[in-house]
Design a protein around this ligand. Structure first.
Ligand SMILES: Cc1cc2nc3c(=O)[nH]c(=O)nc-3n(C[C@H](O)[C@H](O)[C@H](O)COP(=O)(O)O)c2cc1C
Length: 222
């Protein structure tokens, strides 16, 4: 029987201690740990629970070597034992996925018929009107990056380091990995155990620089 992976950090400590790793040891991630990271990471929220994220999980040296030039030779890609190509499926609001989400909700006893009907009409309408985005890439990235953030934090709680990466060529990944046009790579996420040189904490802006009060420009009350 496979041992259940045990977290080594609380979620709050994982948030505080996570750094983007720029070098990785060759040590493998246990399969059960990897599965748990992906299972918990994809508990992330998504619009209408459409879960439009798709992950190509690279573990072979051959696959990572193919990805390396697509990511401009950044060393994390070939060093990390696992690299996720985190993609968004632009067909996620199509009727078959809507029906799959409805069926999932029904299995959970959490899908009233009226809400299912609302999904069948409201989602296609929302995707036509697009009141909160202009391009499907913005919508898809909004969803996928939430899952990427969850995965990175769950991984950290299990002692597994990561590095979100946008330094890649979309066209090169799509061609190299034979992705359909409807699958958009949003982020690469190498996972593994950080090696020297370790990335130092670069700091974060104080809240009074990034938060406002009731109106834009109004100070956020301390
Ligand atoms: C969307 C995104 C894209 C990034 N792309 C890269 C990248 O291509 N290569 C890299 O080494 N780091 C990349 N980073 C890591 C950032 O440089 C890093 O998160 C930032 O400097 C803050 O450091 P920390 O994550 O260690 O706190 C990326 C981070 C994000 C969120």
């Amino acid at each position: 029987m496979t041992a259940q992976p045990q977290p080594v950090l609380s979620l709050l400590d994982a948030i505080a201690q996570r750094r983007s790793a720029r070098a990785f040891k060759p040590d493998a991630i246990a399969t059960a740990t990897l599965h748990e990271i992906l299972r918990l990471g994809t508990q992330a929220p998504s619009a209408f629970n459409l879960q439009p994220w798709r992950f190509i999980v690279l573990q072979s040296a051959d696959a990572k070597a193919k990805l390396s030039p697509c990511a401009f030779g950044q060393r994390q890609i070939t060093e990390a034992p696992v690299v996720l190509i985190c993609c968004g499926d632009t067909t996620a609001a199509d009727p078959d996925n809507i029906e799959a989400v409805i069926a999932l909700g029904q299995q959970q006893g959490a899908m009233p018929d009226a809400f299912a009907d609302y999904m069948r009409t409201g989602i296609p309408q929302g995707m036509r009107d697009r009141p909160s985005f202009t391009h499907i890439e913005a919508w898809i990235n909004r969803q996928v990056m939430l899952a990427v953030g969850h995965i990175a934090l769950v991984a950290q709680a299990y002692g597994v380091d990561s590095c979100p990466m946008e330094g890649f060529s979309t066209a090169a990944i799509q061609e190299t990995f034979g992705l359909p046009e409807t699958l958009i790579p949003c982020c690469l996420l190498p996972l593994g155990y950080a090696a020297d040189p370790l990335k130092q904490y670069g700091g974060r802006f104080p809240l009074d620089r990034i938060c406002y009060g009731d109106r834009y420009g109004e100070p956020f009350p301390s």
